[in-house]
Design a protein. Structure first.
Length: 82
């Protein structure tokens, strides 16, 4: 999924599951019966998106930390016109 986080996918899954008449049944991919939100494929997709998002988020935080300098830069104050 592009431009989508695991939070959105979890929400969609929960929303669909709410209206499923067979919530307690496990999804059977052969007969396509049961609750599709309990599918291993769906859960693996959400897990993979979460891992990718966590990795990307970690890289962004690392880049931000590297860009912040620990040295103080001197400020140049322009002269005040008289």
């Amino acid at each position: 999924p592009v431009r989508c986080s695991h939070h959105v996918l979890d929400f969609y899954k929960k929303s669909i599951s709410y209206f499923m008449p067979n919530k307690g049944q496990v999804w059977d991919p052969d007969t396509k019966r049961g609750n599709p939100t309990r599918s291993k494929d769906i859960n693996n997709l959400i897990k993979k998106v979460k891992e990718i998002g966590d990795t990307a988020e970690g890289e962004q935080k690392k880049r931000k930390r590297e860009s912040i300098s620990t040295e103080a830069t001197p400020l140049t104050i322009p002269p005040v016109p008289q």
